[in-house]
Design a protein around this ligand. Sequence first.
Ligand SMILES: NC(=O)c1ccc[n+]([C@@H]2O[C@H](COP(=O)([O-])OP(=O)(O)OC[C@H]3O[C@@H](n4cnc5c(N)ncnc54)[C@H](O)[C@@H]3O)[C@@H](O)[C@H]2O)c1
Ligand SMILES: N[C@H](CO)Cc1c[nH]c[nH+]1
Ligand SMILES: [Zn+2]
Length: 428
Amino acid sequence: MKRITPEQFRQEKNNDTYSQADENNIDETVLEIIKQVKKDGNEALYRFTEQFDGIKLKQLAVTKDEFIEAKGMISDEFKSALEEAKANITAFHEVQKEYSWFTDNTEGIMLGQKVTPLEKVGVYVPGGKASYPSTVLMNVIPAKLAGVKKIVITTPPDANGKISPEVLAAAEVVGVDEVYKLGGAQAIAALAYGTSSIEKVTKIVGPGNAFVARAKKWVYGDVAIDMIAGPSEICVVADESAPADYIAADLLSQAEHDEQSTSICITTSESLATEVQRAIDQQTTTLDRKDIIEKALTQNGRIIVVKNIQEAINLVNEIAPEHLQLMIENATEKVGDIQNAGAVFLGNFSPEPLGDYFAGPNHTLPTSGTAAFSSPLGVYDFMKKSSIIRYSRDSLLDASENIITLAKAEGLSAHANSIQIRKDNHNA
Ligand SMILES: NC(=O)c1ccc[n+]([C@@H]2O[C@H](COP(=O)([O-])OP(=O)(O)OC[C@H]3O[C@@H](n4cnc5c(N)ncnc54)[C@H](O)[C@@H]3O)[C@@H](O)[C@H]2O)c1
Ligand SMILES: N[C@H](CO)Cc1c[nH]c[nH+]1
Ligand SMILES: [Zn+2]
């Protein structure tokens, strides 16, 4: 972790020329993948799976037998944890449901908003460096609650051409229609444009690495997407009341996702900053994914010492982190000051992995500063709305002069005529 001042941090963000060059490469790769999937369909999918995942597949869809085999492989502990997590996630999202509404018909006017679930949704479940059954729950449960009819998953196969049994068990528990062995930008292109094996969807949701996130950005418009949910990020704001060991553990928890993950600690205490660094060095040696963690922390790990909590909060609002942990005295009182963050965890006993798996709120969250304008994935992402308008003859006649005046002001005489014709001939 690099220790820097707030000014140095801002400067680093402004002069990020290295990451700019990297982004151009990602764009080039992703655009070529999308082009080839559009042109060659399944053939391109098999080709890219061999190239990027190192596996020659015979079939993209997971078979019934593979689901049965997976069922026999998962432990009772996993099954029971999955069910409890499902119950918490369902309870949290249930209250997000929106319903159609209509005004009453007095005055001869009825207005309303009809809520309709999306028809077909594709969920990207990451699988390159880890497998994510929790992401299956987080993405499919809100879609089901919204009433989406068809939900398919794509996730990269492992070196044996298999999908993790835990991911398949989670898919079964929440009622997914199909699972495809497909990762990266090629999966996003297949969901966006369709191939002879994979049906085009209405919306693509779910997180992924930089290639996945960029591919979603490029196909947006041809298909809907939820948000840009790329490599994971954590920002911990801590004062002297926070245990350094806990802070270190939480920063490391997100660093293990990806070399591109971001872990930032902002603290008001020089001595805590030193202690956090010590704890990170000590804990890292004991962790399985040491290599990924070390790369992530070298690239995007920062400890920033600020003068006071207000300065910390100003910095947080500039960063707009995916996850924010407030490990400070009276943390709850500061929530109102947080303008930009995907999810906010309060106190010393609400670590980020609690939200990743279990508490109930969604773990698919905006990254790369997009928390400034995006929200966590929710039931609302799977519903669209149509406006409903009905006027009686008398109500229209009452409103006609105003409408005609407005239409004429815009120079749109055909609009005015659509009203005028009813005014002149209202016995029809
Ligand atoms: N924001 C969230 O809610 C959330 C949740 C879970 C995970 N994540 C993030 O998801 C990401 C998962 O990443 P991952 O890599 O483990 O899995 P992934 O499934 O996102 O990506 C793996 C795929 O990337 C493609 N790929 C890899 N290298 C490539 C290259 N050089 N060129 C083209 N394509 C390439 C391959 O096709 C591979 O199948 C992590 O960054 C993690 O932080 C985010
Ligand atoms: N922290 C990830 C979101 O950025 C979600 C996750 C799933 N499993 C573990 N973590
Ligand atoms: Zn996580």
